[in-house]
Design a protein around this ligand. Structure first.
Ligand SMILES: NCC(=O)CCC(=O)O
Ligand SMILES: [Mg+2]
Length: 341
């Protein structure tokens, strides 16, 4: 019989590899640590947190076990914890009272809206932590879209005006980085102009340069309460997930308009985009490990189908390997605890 095991190879492994045996450096923990190329540290973490009105309120997001909507007082406590853990920055996302949502998302222009109140409270209590705010309309609109809806169309330019005005209010509340997630054309330049005109030259912009139309945002929509509201999809403004050149064009434009940092979203299924953008632009590059990615790891882990902790760490290190300078991740406090201990 011609069993493969019995075939005599014509060359030895040393002949085949030229004695370059790559397993040599993998033989022990110490040698693996010595040649490890990428590392995850607490400095790589941005923690997205969800906000809700009220006091002493802490509601778990059903599709995101371990993730909570927090009233501002509790968000301040979590910010204190994050700062103690060494997490550099938080990104806040509000679940706005339904009564305050309307067709144009006008509540985003309230200087005392949930985001701005949270920013002020956190900055007052924990000035050393960075605050990143999203100047996007979706938590504020009655239809869950990221723009002003007019005759069935998400109108670009009116949305940009409103987002730029909201960015100034967020900066005035103490936000350090404005991170607009809506993908309207021209928003980065408009926000930069508006911030500069208002004297906020030092407030940075992290562009959601490449936000793809994706099924992985599902649990987030539950978290901010837009899942029942959203009609249709966001394909007229988010990037088609079939495209990669388009992501380069979007990023080029946002950088030309004044973005200080760029972000890719979702994360893990889009590492090719991360690598491409890092190679092309050499800018501070981030990825958002979104709600659906978190939920997948958590669900599989809860079922005993994979080791959740290991999968979490592996996924985060993969972002570093792909070229990320940092990751927005709901795992941030858990990872920070682990890295500390
Ligand atoms: N503007 C922020 C998001 O859309 C987050 C999406 C997610 O975590 O699924
Ligand atoms: Mg763009």
């Amino acid at each position: 019989m011609n069993s493969p095991a019995r075939l005599k190879p014509s060359r030895t492994v040393d002949e085949i590899t030229g004695s370059r045996r790559l397993r040599r450096m993998r033989k022990a923990d110490w040698s693996r640590r010595l040649v490890q190329e990428n590392h995850l540290t607490v400095n790589d973490l941005i923690w997205p947190i969800f906000l809700v009105d009220g006091e002493d309120r802490r509601e778990e997001v059903a599709a995101m076990p371990g993730v909570f909507r927090l009233s501002v007082d509790l968000a301040v406590k979590e910010a204190e914890r994050a700062a103690k853990l060494g997490i550099p920055a938080l990104a806040t996302f509000p679940n706005v009272d339904l009564a305050l949502r309307d067709r144009t998302g006008s509540e985003i222009l309230n200087p005392d809206n949930l985001i701005n109140r949270a920013t002020r409270a956190i900055k007052a209590a924990v000035p050393e932590i960075g605050i990143i705010t999203d100047a996007a309309l979706d938590p504020f609109t009655s239809h869950g879209h990221d723009g002003i809806l007019d005759g069935g169309i998400i109108v670009n330019d009116e949305t940009v005006d409103q987002v730029a005005a909201a960015a100034v209010l967020q900066a005035a509340a103490g936000s350090d980085i404005i991170a607009p997630s809506d993908m309207m054309d021209g928003r980065i330049g408009a926000i930069r102009d508006a911030l500069d005109a208002a004297g906020f030259q030092d407030v940075a912009i992290m562009s959601y340069a490449t936000k793809f139309s994706s099924a992985f945002y599902g649990p987030y929509r539950e978290a901010i309460g837009t899942q029942g509201l959203l009609k249709g999809d966001k394909k007229t403004y988010y990037i088609d997930h079939a495209n990669s050149d388009e992501a380069v064009r979007e990023t080029e434009q946002d950088l030309a308009e004044g973005a200080d940092m760029i972000m890719v979203k979702p994360g893990l299924p889009y590492l090719d985009i991360v690598r491409r953008l890092k190679d092309e632009f050499q800018m501070p590059t981030f990825a958002y490990q979104v709600s659906g990615e978190y939920a997948m790891i958590e669900a599989a882990s809860a079922n005993g189908w994979l080791d959740g902790e290991k999968a979490m760490l592996e996924s985060l290190l993969a972002f570093k390997r792909a070229g990320c300078d940092g990751i927005l991740t709901y795992f941030a406090p858990r990872v920070a605890e682990m890295l500390k201990g």
